[in-house]
Design a protein around this ligand. Structure first.
Ligand SMILES: Cc1ncc(COP(=O)(O)O)c(C=O)c1O
Length: 382
């Protein structure tokens, strides 16, 4: 198998992740609840995960890093927690995933929130000035997909934050956390939502949200916290305020191991490797006349290791099936839960075939995938 679907979920997981999950499963896990040794150990495991992520994002206060089942929950936690109401104005990029687009569409329909999509510039990139020019007194939030899960295009998050100044920025870092050095984000970002099972190399069922000091979110859910148990009012201190219910200790043990692996290797090194494979792949597929690259092509900067293509005579799903059947290559076809992005890119409703590289891919994988595309492009099915 050649696994090129790391934008969906990373595979394989690094050494130590499987062991960390199985070790956690082999012990009672009741973090923050019981006082016996295994329960204290479970709390330590969660602390380890929080500490590793705090280092990755350059955070000084890791109690403001909240765990959630995935980035979809984290984004919903942020959007709902801000208490958006009728008349509020929210800006987003055009490359949003359904994880932000669907909640925003619901806020618009049910609560009269004015959601405005900022179209990309002529080069397909999101421009800081386009956000700045649309700010109004009632603008409550800017939502930004940090890197498109369709094209791999990286949004200039820091420049956008500078342009919108005091308006909070909610970053969907699903495709960047772990793939891009982000160790200064604690100094300027407002809300960073991440998922554990992609470039952070952890298991599914893990993710979270970092909230800068001064931003308060109303909890989406309340309940057991293991703290202030005498009161019917859920605690208001972080992280307990936003982490109701027993944590996913098993998953977070794996996430801690994944992030610790990244920190030991260095995110710079991971990124350099992934960019080398991406550059090689782009250069080779750009020579295929029947193929169009959707998004940044060879030599274009500011991207992650995700490349989508459309091939003449092939639907994206037929192409994915042929790659799997003929070459053992796993990719993702269709709309990638990002219909808005595909509409802006002109690839709706057919979608595209998406190749996404991870740290454990090698140059040979990119070479085989490029050759497979060349061979398939020469024999269209329709
Ligand atoms: C940009 C983006 N946002 C959100 C998500 C949702 O991730 P999850 O399913 O882990 O919540 C994904 C993953 O598919 C993504 O690529």
């Amino acid at each position: 198998m050649i696994y090129l679907d790391n934008a969906a979920t990373s595979f394989p997981k690094p050494p130590g992740v499987i062991e960390a999950v199985t070790d956690a499963l082999a012990a009672p896990a009741s973090p923050g609840r019981s006082g016996h040794a295994p329960a204290l150990n479970a709390s330590r495991t969660i602390h380890r995960a929080r500490k590793a992520l705090a280092r990755l994002f350059g955070l000084t206060d890791n109690t403001r890093l909240i765990f959630a089942p995935n980035v979809t929950w984290s984004l919903n936690m942020a959007l709902n927690g801000l208490g958006l109401k009728a008349g509020d104005h929210v800006l987003s990029s055009a490359l949003e995933h359904n994880s932000t687009a669907r909640p925003l569409a619901r806020f618009k329909k049910d609560q009269g929130v004015d959601w405005e999509i900022v179209p990309p510039g002529p080069d397909g990139r999101t421009r800081p000035e386009d956000f700045k020019n649309r700010l109004r007194p009632e603008t409550r939030l800017v939502v930004l997909c940090h890197a498109s899960n369709v094209t791999g295009t990286l949004a200039p998050a820091k420049a956008i934050k500078e342009a919108i100044s005091a308006t909070p920025l909610l970053l969907d870092a699903a495709q960047t956390a772990g793939a891009l050095p982000m160790d200064d984000y604690g100094q300027w970002a407002d809300l960073v939502a991440f998922t554990g099972h992609k470039a952070l190399l952890g298991p599914t069922g893990t993710g979270g949200l970092w909230i800068r000091e001064g931003l308060d979110l109303r909890p989406l859910a309340v309940g057991g916290s293991g703290s202030r148990s005498e009161s019917l009012v859920h605690p208001d201190f972080l992280p307990d305020a936003l982490e109701p219910g027993t944590a996913n200790t098993h998953g977070l043990a794996g996430l801690a191991a994944g992030v610790e692996f990244l920190l030991a290797v260095g995110v710079d090194k991971v990124r350099a490797h992934e960019m080398e494979l991406t550059a090689y792949f782009l250069e080779n597929i750009a020579k295929i006349p029947e193929l169009s690259i959707i998004g940044p092509g060879p030599g274009e900067p500011d991207r992650v290791a995700t490349v989508s293509v459309v091939v003449k005579g092939w639907s994206s799903s037929d192409l994915a099936a042929a790659l799997e059947k003929g070459y053992g290559i796993m990719i993702r076809s269709g709309l990638h839960c990002a219909p808005l992005a595909h509409q802006f890119l002109g690839t709706y409703p057919g979608g595209a075939a998406r190749f996404s590289f991870g740290y454990f891919n090698v140059l040979k994988d990119a070479e085989i995938a490029a050759t497979a595309l060349k061979e398939l492009a020469a024999k269209p099915v329709s």
